[in-house]
Design a protein around this ligand. Structure first.
Ligand SMILES: Cc1ncc(C[n+]2csc(CCOP(=O)(O)OP(=O)(O)O)c2C)c(N)n1
Ligand SMILES: [Mg+2]
Length: 897
């Protein structure tokens, strides 16, 4: 808003009565005069000078953090609409219809398939202005803009792709019917439509935070000289209700701080969410304006359509503006649902001055006063201004009506969000309102409408997209592979560790440091931390690769003299996100999908506190999986008993169970550095060379212990999930069984096997299980295959081969029992799982392992008790073990304590 229209529009401050209106007018007229004679910058200078002087005098004006309840862009600055309004309106109407028909047909045919009509109905103009004039597609798919679409407005995007000839009528008819093949998914899901959707937004809040970090990642790529991203823009079209999600607003300040003027949010302020108004008793637009402006964003409000311009021009005393500013959203919604006559009666007639303003208008004309978000011209001006704005991200707050055009069934109705059934009369009303060329029969049959190929509409549509570089969204699936260095180039120390003590975290960080030095792969690596680099011993990377900052380093770091000084640099490689796991995960997603979004494969390593991953930001990980992110998640300080002192909120005993539920997440809990090295090598080759859409979750421990060298021939088994680590055959062996361990608890299992052999004459095979989840996945798939092929020779899984026979199996991990139990159905013998179910707590590792009964003595006891029940050893053995090891048999179960 320019200074002149701000002064003309803003009602005098707040609700305070004006004790001297004449004096007020003098001041305002003086300002007007300055603007007339000079320009708005002079006026702004004067205002600032006045403000400073007032502060010196001790007068602190509590200025409202929001502007008047009107359009930010004044009519004079609106510019000329460059498109053909009539054709665009017709196209918008057709898309509205097809989107509506798609949802209704899915529901008519199959009952409760769901789908939404009212949201896209309110967003159609926003989408169309974007599609016709702003959303650039990269001709080579490596460039172009990135658009995050509001998920439940997907039918509108499909409707457009149908007109563009990119989707068939059959696909539209199969909206939300994906299982048989040619269907369209409910919301944007790259997993399900990998050539179409780029960004999953279905879970509210994930779109906004991902869009911010995506815009930041564009800058990162450019600043590091990896890709030219100037001119590319991230657009996010989101709902006003969605802005209540913490993720939606949690990264606003980052966007402003990093001056992401390549980012525009368009918030469809239809004032409603699912259940009702977003802020019935307030004004969501004003609230969002304060929030975004406070965070440092450029805010553009698009509240009123062109029909209002003449009214505002005559509203010299701001009577109308004042009334609009004083109307709460619940009332706007109510007025929006009612006709012109009701609006005249209940709004315009409430004030004599306002009544005079509209005295010449008919009820029909009043009814036709549109909200700004339905006016292509107003929207165009806003998007154009946003595109030109420098130094800040922009948010466009577009006021719309939910269910626009749905009439009595949906328009501004409380129930609009869920409305999916329009009767024939309502459908005809919709057709008439948008002047759709549909017969009564077409309407009743909900026929999709596509104008002839050579119609002006379709030609216009094609021309506009051609001018903007092609269709959108389009997702690419592959890019040039990146060669991975040989294992011994970066992990020799782990393969031949020879008993050297080291934690797996240390080993991982060392491998990462080495990989970063690789000339080809190194620059593609994106190390990411959320303020825990020092915790994991990664602070050497500060100096080695630098911390990314678009500003470089504007200060002398306190530790400048040290070898590992805190180096921020414009071409820094490490993303130090601060304490935001959601932000770090969003960066990881942006980097891990660069192969698709930018055509350049990047390899992100996000290293974090394992408890604050799947548990804290699991939904973002789920979205990353949907988005086909390739990269590594390193869950550090892992294990409920291995992270000693940190206690209940920090000790992770469950992330492997959650990870096992993400279909394309391959999760490992390695015990030894060489295992880690092999998994790393395998994962890198799969993702970077073979372009497989999967990601790797690896837990790493901070316990330092002797690292053995890699035995021969175990490589493939490590990747499959288990291998035999040791065999104990005592001379007077009474029986034999299998002991399974993973992560840090493998060492307890190894020790238990030794005790069993020495003290109890029990022989055992010890297996290191790198992944119960991978074992279970393969075994389940083979079981299924056997079920479906009853006449073929049965196949066996890796776990069945390794644990053939019926000897008992005792498994212990640092995670809840449910984790090792994943393989229970495929084990022939009796299967006992020991785990860390319950709340963690602070203590040293031996105390915690004894408490959770995953220490060597508990493993020995579990083994003897199992063998005793099977009659393989005497029952006294178990009793003796309890006594010998000082086990408190009457202690309450750990998960009840
Ligand atoms: C995390 C999450 N919670 C709840 C939902 C269910 N949901 C989908 S749309 C919606 C209402 C959205 O309102 P708004 O953002 O205002 O969008 P509108 O439809 O009004 O444009 C809700 C609650 C969801 N998709 N994701
Ligand atoms: Mg809404």
């Amino acid at each position: 808003m320019s200074a002149s229209d701000r002064s003309a529009a803003a009602p005098p401050s707040g609700d305070a009565p004006d004790s001297d209106p004449e004096e007020t007018r003098d001041w305002i007229e003086s300002l007007d005069a300055v603007i007339r004679v000079d320009d708005s910058s002079r006026a702004l200078f004067l205002l600032r000078a006045l403000d400073e002087h007032a502060k010196e005098l001790g007068l602190v004006a509590a200025a409202a953090p929001f502007s008047a309840y009107r359009n930010t862009i004044a009519l004079e600055r609106q510019g000329i609409y460059p498109g053909d309004l009539a054709i665009e309106e017709r196209l918008t109407a057709i898309m509205r219809w097809n989107a509506l028909a798609m949802v209704m047909r899915a529901n008519q045919a199959y009952g409760e398939l769901g789908g939404h009509i009212a949201s896209y109905a309110s967003a159609a103009e926003i989408f169309e202005v974007g599609f016709n004039h702003f959303f650039h597609a990269g001709a080579d798919a490596g460039g172009g803009d990135l658009v995050y679409f509001q998920p439940h407005s997907a039918p509108g995007v499909y409707a457009r792709a149908f007109l563009e000839g990119r989707l068939t009528e059959k696909q539209l008819a199969n909206f939300r019917q994906e299982v048989s093949g040619d269907g369209l998914c409910s919301y944007p899901h790259p997993w399900l439509m990998p050539q179409f959707w780029q960004f999953p937004t279905g879970s509210m809040g994930i779109g906004p935070i991902s869009a911010i970090y995506q815009a930041r990642f564009l800058r990162y790529l450019a600043d590091r000289g990896i890709a030219h991203t100037a001119g590319r823009r991230v657009w996010g079209v989101f709902g006003d209700g969605e802005m209540d999600e913490p993720e939606s607003v949690g990264a606003l300040s980052l966007a402003a701080r990093e001056r992401l003027d390549n980012l525009t949010f368009i918030i469809n302020c239809n004032l409603q969410r699912l259940d009702g108004p977003v802020r019935g008793n307030g004004q969501i637009i004003q609230e969002l304006e304060s929030l975004f402006a406070g965070a440092g964003w450029n805010v553009i409000k698009v509240l009123w359509g062109s029909e209002w311009d003449a009214l505002f021009a005559r509203d010299t005393q701001h009577a109308l503006l004042r009334r609009l500013a004083a109307t709460v959203d619940g009332e706007y919604q109510n007025l929006g649902a009612k006709d012109g006559a009701y609006n005249v009666e209940h709004f315009f007639k409430k004030d004599l001055e306002i009544q005079a303003l509209v005295a010449h208008m008919t009820d029909g004309e009043i009814d036709a006063l549109k909200r700004g978000g339905h006016d292509l011209r107003k929207l165009y001006a806003a998007l154009a201004t946003a595109s030109d704005h420098r130094g800040q991200p922009t948010v466009i707050l577009a006021k719309t009506k939910k269910g626009y055009g749905m009439g009595g069934v949906g328009e501004s109705r409380m129930t609009a969000h869920q409305a999916k059934k329009l009767d024939v009369a309502a459908l005809k009303g919709f057709r008439d309102r948008f002047q759709l060329p549909l017969s009564d029969e077409d309407v009743a049959a909900l026929r999709f409408y596509r104008p002839p190929e050579d119609s002006r509409e379709l030609r216009y549509l094609a021309e506009r997209r051609a001018a903007l570089g092609g269709p959108l969204p389009v997702r690419r699936r592959e890019c040039a592979p990146v060669p991975i260095p040989p294992l011994d180039a970066y992990a020799q120390f782990a393969l031949a560790a020879d008993g050297k003590p080291m934690s797996t975290t240390m080993a991982a960080v060392r491998m990462l440091g080495n990989l970063l030095r690789d000339r080809t792969l190194g620059p593609r690596i994106v190390p990411i931390v959320a303020d825990e680099a020092r915790t994991f011993g990664m602070d050497n990377l500060f100096r080695q690769v630098g911390i990314y900052s678009p500003l470089g380093q504007l200060y002398e770091p306190e530790d400048a003299g040290s070898m590992l000084f805190y180096k921020e640099a414009r071409d820094g490689q490490l993303l130090e996100e601060g304490i935001t796991e959601a932000g770090a995960l969003s960066s990881w997603m942006a980097a891990g999908t660069a192969y698709s979004v930018h055509g350049i494969a990047m390899l992100p390593f996000y290293v974090y506190y394992s408890m604050f991953g799947f548990q804290r930001v699991g939904d973002l990980i789920w979205a990353a999986a949907d988005q086909r992110t390739r990269g590594f998640l390193f869950g550090a300080t892992a294990g409920r008993t291995t992270l000693g002192g940190e206690g209940l909120q920090h000790q992770d005993g469950s992330s492997h169970v959650a990870a096992a539920t993400v279909p394309n997440c391959r999760a490992y809990d390695p015990a030894f550095a060489y295992e880690l090295a092999l998994i790393l090598d395998h994962g890198m080759r799969r993702m970077m060379e073979q372009q497989v859409d999967e990601f790797y979750y690896i837990t790493m421990m901070n316990e330092s212990y002797a690292q053995p060298s890699m035995p021969d021939g175990v490589g493939p088994d490590i990747i499959q999930g288990m291998y035999r680590y040791a065999t104990h055959m005592p001379a007077k062996q009474s029986c034999q069984l299998r002991l399974l361990g993973s992560g840090a608890i493998l060492r307890e299992v190894i020790a238990a096997a030794e005790l069993l052999a020495q003290d109890w004459n029990v022989g055992s095979e010890v297996f290191s299980v790198t992944s119960f989840a991978e074992l279970a996945r393969e075994a389940a798939a083979i079981e299924r295959w056997n079920r479906l092929h009853p006449l073929e020779p049965a196949r066996t899984s890796h776990v069945e081969r390794q644990l053939a026979g019926t000897r008992p199996v005792i498994a212990a991990t640092d995670y809840v029992r449910a984790y090792p139990q994943l393989i229970a159905p495929y084990v022939g013998g009796r299967f006992i799982a020991l785990g860390t179910d319950g709340f963690g707590r602070s203590d040293n590792r031996p105390a915690l392992r004894s408490f959770f009964e995953v220490d060597r003595h508990s493993i020995v006891l579990a083994t003897l008790a199992t063998l005793a029940r099977l009659g393989d050893v005497a029952r006294q053995s178990a009793a003796q073990a309890i006594e010998r090891y000082g086990i408190d048999a009457e202690a309450a179960t750990p998960w009840q304590r």
